[in-house]
Design a protein around this ligand. Structure first.
Ligand code: GLA
Length: 680
């Protein structure tokens, strides 16, 4: 095995610094998951040759290799991995080395059945797939720690290893006895006494009072609805418990002397992990993104996920750890992605802050559950449109080196957090049609179409510097978050708040009084009831209160019975029991939507609030995505016709080297990455 020494210059770097150095060295990273243990040695040679041809610079190795590395308890089979890492290094390919802990070998579950997770119905899940671990089971944690420690000690100094990847897509949930034990410990820590817990969960309701922490269970299947406070805490616990698994392995890697950045792959708006808390532990935000090529609004929706990935890292460049080169195999009906679409998706990630574009996976599996999942190198081999598309992308990304490290400068913040999402997703509420992420997507989509850059911000975080703050649906607004909104308003920010926000406290209990309790002074209006609306919604009257001719302005899904307490009324309900009541209000620079409003009304309000905030280009034609990152202007045409865009005179397209005049034409499915060049 090739040996080296850990780079002392990398030790103790601030978050993102190690990744920044890697990208400064290698350019935009390009590659994918590489599973050589599934292939004979001859194939490895072909792999590295084709990787070179495609411009691959970075691969993730070992994600699911536990049973290959440790076929019997306590054994270690390193020889193949030594060889793979050496081979990759000889070919100049950097490695993101994974701890294999997402998929324990079957022997672990046989020797320690308690390491297998249990679902909410009490069914113990079997080995034979992956992710068959109970995060709280000590025997799992110890075995994971041992293999992670040995791996790190062996390869910390290997010159190929430039990053560490802990586990994979942490998202395992367990309701078994191991989880119950750990959940009780977590609750003891949080509440101190059983009396405090009974108070926080208000266990007087339905006779749920607990005598002792030992009486408490995870929210297993019960005859009827569960206590929402218990479920909310179990969400927090599950995220924290998985994070503890991550941290144990991360700490073991550091103890081995490894100085490379350490991360794991998040999954955007994934419900089981509070990525805001995890982000503090990751040296670089890595995210897996699988936009559905069959859905026309995929580019718009994935843009929100990409803005989240960037925002989780406080604006630092992030890494697209996995995407599909073409079709996935886990949807009921899997449409392929054209090479052009795959290229555009990849460039979109770079536009929104990624300094690495990777795939699941390098070579398409011939066997196993994912045999029909696409890869960079398909079953049919290199003489394919798909592989030529990969080669083209590799060449494109190499040209984007000037973009590395560049930041997206957003003047608009959009609030989102997991605890509000969790609490708002509990059953038994005014309507289950009101969905936090769907509302976020609608509002974000309106900004996306305008080419306005947006950061996603955790409620309570510092809002200074933002000209506009959007709150599409923050069900839980704690005091710090309300204070921060007031501070932002006082500092001149314009704020738009959507319905059903500021409803509950941190235990999910409703804040009593006219709603939204924490925000009503800010919005100058208040409500007394949340009202689910009939299927076709209610007409709205704008702006004088009289319907003016045929109007498309409507409220759907959910409304509030509001009155103004100082705000001006911008729209009223025009029919039904709410007729004449305010639906949209404005109080100074704070807009309030007392209903889920139709696109036209949302657009009118956002236009007002966004006045003076410029988009990436003055006018964004339909289908075009326009983003400024550092000194580069990304123009991505997701539409089906060519568009003309006003751009700075004398810009050069990094992808083609061509200069543009003041007006650039972007062909359908094509992209430009323009930087301004002084004429020489
Ligand atoms: C996830 C996993 C990969 C693979 C892909 C398939 O991203 O991390 O191992 O299963 O899904 O889309």
């Amino acid at each position: 095995m090739i040996t080296g020494a850990p780079d002392p210059g990398m030790a103790g770097l601030a978050a993102g610094e190690g990744f920044a150095r890697l990208c400064a060295d290698r350019g935009v990273l390009f590659g994918g998951d590489y599973n050589p243990e599934q292939w004979p040695r001859e194939t490895w040679r072909e792999d590295v040759a084709l990787m070179r041809r495609a411009g691959v610079t970075f691969v993730t190795v070992g994600v699911f290799s536990w049973s290959t590395l440790e076929p019997e308890p306590g054994t270690r089979e390193w020889a193949w991995l030594d060889e793979v890492l050496d081979l990759l290094h000889e070919h100049g390919i950097a490695v993101d080395l994974a701890t294999p802990t997402a998929s324990p070998p079957p022997w672990l579950g046989i020797l320690h059945p308690e390491t297998l997770p249990v679902d909410r119905d009490g069914v113990r899940l079997a080995a034979g797939s992956r992710n068959q671990f109970a995060p709280s089971a000590r025997a799992y944690r110890d075995a994971a720690l041992r293999i992670a420690t040995d791996l790190a000690e062996r390869y910390a100094a290997h010159p190929a290893v430039r990053m560490w990847h802990v586990g994979n897509e942490f998202g395992q949930i367990d309701y078994g006895d191991e989880a119950a034990r750990a959940f009780r410990g977590w609750l003891r820590e949080r509440y101190g006494s059983i009396a405090a817990l009974n108070e926080a969960w208000d266990t007087r309701v339905w006779s749920q009072g607990y005598r002792d922490f030992d009486d408490i269970l995870p929210p297993r299947r019960a005859p009827y609805l569960l206590n929402p406070a218990q479920t909310l805490d179990f969400h927090r616990f599950t995220s924290d418990e998985l994070r503890a698994c991550f941290r144990e392995q991360r700490d073991a890697i550091r103890r081995s002397g490894a100085t490379q950045p350490i991360t794991t792959n998040l999954m955007g708006f994934f419900p089981l992990v509070d990525a805001w808390s995890w982000a503090e532990d990751l040296d670089v935000i890595a995210d897996d993104q699988y936009p559905d090529p069959a859905a026309p609004d995929s580019p718009q929706r994935i843009a929100l996920v990409q803005d989240l990935a960037r925002s989780l890292g406080d604006g630092r460049p992030w890494l697209l750890m996995e995407q599909a080169a073409s079709a996935v195999s886990w949807r009921p009906h899997n449409l392929p992605k054209s090479p052009g679409r795959m290229r555009l998706d990849s460039l979109q990630a770079v536009a929104r802050g990624a300094d690495g574009v990777c795939f699941f996976q390098w070579r398409q599996a011939r066997a196993g559950a994912e045999r029909f999942h696409s890869a960079m190198l398909p079953h049919a081999g290199a003489d394919t449109d798909a592989f030529r598309g990969v080669e083209r992308l590799g060449a494109d990304l190499a040209r984007l080196r000037p973009v590395v490290g560049g930041r997206v400068d957003a003047r608009v913040a959009m609030l989102f957090d997991w605890q509000g999402w969790w609490a708002a997703s509990e059953p038994a509420r005014p309507t289950t049609r009101h969905d936090t992420i769907a509302q976020l997507e609608r509002w974000h989509g309106a900004l996306w179409r305008r080419g306005v850059a947006t950061d996603i911000v955790r409620p309570g975080a510092d809002l200074s510097g933002y000209e506009v703050v959007l709150v599409p649906h923050s069900y839980v607004i704690e005091d710090d978050a309300a204070d921060e909104l007031r501070r932002a308003a006082a500092a001149g920010a314009r704020i738009v708040i959507g319905p059903f926000s500021g409803v509950a406290d941190a235990h999910g209990a409703i804040l009593t009084g006219r709603s939204p309790v924490p925000l009503r002074d800010l919005i100058g209006a208040s409500g007394e009831e949340w009202v689910g609306l009939p299927d076709d919604g209610l007409a709205l009257a704008l702006p004088s209160g009289e319907p003016t001719g045929p109007s498309t302005a409507r409220a759907t899904i959910l409304a509030e019975r509001l009155r103004t307490d100082g705000a001006e009324v911008l729209a009223t309900f025009a029919e039904g029991d709410l007729a004449g009541r305010p639906a949209v209000t404005r109080h100074g620079a704070v807009w309030y939507l007392g209903a889920v409003v139709s696109e036209d009304v949302l657009a009118t309000v956002l236009d007002e609030a966004l006045a003076g905030v410029s988009g990436a280009v003055p006018h964004v034609p339909e289908g075009l995505e326009a983003v400024r990152r550092g000194g580069a202007l990304f123009l991505l045409n997701h539409g089906e016709s060519a568009v003309d865009v006003d751009v700075p005179e004398g810009s050069e397209d990094l992808l083609t080297g061509q200069r543009t005049s003041r007006r650039a034409k972007v062909a359908p499915g094509e992209a430009m990455v323009l930087i301004e060049r002084r004429r020489t």
